[in-house]
Design a protein around this ligand. Structure first.
Ligand code: HEC
Ligand code: HEC
Length: 279
């Protein structure tokens, strides 16, 4: 039982590392290597490690900070979500079924429209629809365990006790424990393999979290499904390298300005080429 929890946590850690790495591709956010298995006791795993892991997913694979940051202002900050959750559940606009903060947080991740924070709704829906998508889907694709770990992090972030319990035994396929070994590789290497296609870039850089493009349905930024018809390659290149230089009318400066550092030049061209063909 305890062993299995360790394995689950280790698998998640590995995924967290790798994804954080692939999102930012820079060494400074790579966290310290995980402690030796032997040093972890059950208590340590269920609280402190859960929170650390949750934070990693929040800032990495979960892509939460793409929208929940204090720069763009298009998604609410979550540091007081514990208290807000209580208020929101009591609000007449609340359409969900949660009866505890933990349930509310979980519901926010899989059914964001159950409660839409006033002023943050999808444009033109009078705050009845959230622009946040179900984070189990699209390019984020969090697993059940990852959702719970993120909920634990949000509870801690807002000063609440962590009540989340990881369902033991739900990841039966990962019993080999192999992921721990690959972790060190990811941490020590400083370059990454080139992306093979524009589709891979869209997925790895989570463009679809904010844009309608490919099979993604993001609602924060402009629809890119016909972008090639109205924008030149030069424009597209600039829109990626320096998104805030020329804002698309009607939108907030929310697109990360860091893609220039994350993409090799050939990859940027591949992406521009791909978009210019979307007519
Ligand atoms: C595409 C942008 C976007 C992404 C990515 C995103 N969110 Fe959100 N989120 C929003 C917006 C906008 C709202 C406010 C509207 C609403 O209430 O649904 C919101 C609301 C929430 C709420 C509810 C806030 C409240 O007061 O009820 C929680 C909790 C939350 N997000 C957590 C997360 C987590 C955790 C992630 C990452 C796994 C994430 N979000 C990813 C845009 C995003
Ligand atoms: C956190 C949300 C977010 C992410 C992630 C994001 N964008 Fe954007 N994007 C926006 C917003 C908001 C705008 C409109 C404001 C602006 O021009 O910066 C925009 C504008 C654009 C435009 C200009 C569209 C036009 O018609 O003027 C292009 C092209 C674009 N994004 C491509 C991308 C690509 C490619 C990626 C991934 C590498 C990406 N975006 C990731 C939010 C995002």
């Amino acid at each position: 039982m305890m062993q299995l929890i360790k394995i689950v946590v280790f698998s998640l850690l590995t995924i967290g590392f790798f994804t954080a790495y692939s999102y930012y591709g820079i060494p400074q956010i790579i966290p310290a290597p995980p402690p030796e298995k032997e040093e972890l006791d059950l208590e340590g795993i269920t609280t402190a490690d859960l929170i650390v892991l949750g934070e990693r997913i929040f800032k990495g694979k979960g892509a939460c900070t793409l929208c929940h940051n204090d720069v763009g202002g298009r998604a609410p900050m979550l540091d007081d979500i514990g208290m807000k959750a209580q208020e929101n559940m009591a609000d007449s606009r609340y359409k969900g079924t949660a009866s505890s903060v933990e349930e509310y947080l979980y519901e926010s991740l899989v059914d964001p429209s159950a409660y839409v924070v006033a002023g943050f709704g999808k444009m033109g829906t009078q705050d009845s629809e959230s622009p946040m998508t179900d984070v189990r889907t699209g390019s984020i694709k969090l697993s059940e365990e990852e959702l719970l770990v993120v909920v634990a992090y949000l509870q801690d972030l807002s000063g609440l006790d962590v009540t989340v319990e990881i369902p033991v035994g739900s990841t039966g396929t990962e019993e080999s424990g192999q992921p721990a070994a690959t972790t060190t590789q990811v941490v020590t290497t400083n370059t990454r393999a080139k992306y093979d296609s524009a589709e891979e870039i869209l997925s790895q850089l989570a463009c679809g979290v904010c844009h309608i493009v490919g099979h993604y349905q993001g609602l924060i930024g402009p629809d890119l499904s016909h972008i090639g018809g109205s924008r030149s390659k030069d424009y597209l290149r600039r829109a990626i390298l320096d998104p805030n230089a020329e804002l698309t009318e009607g939108y907030m400066p929310m697109m990360p300005p860091t893609y220039g550092d994350q993409l090799y030049a050939s990859e940027l061209e591949m992406l521009v080429e791909y978009m210019s063909r979307l007519q």
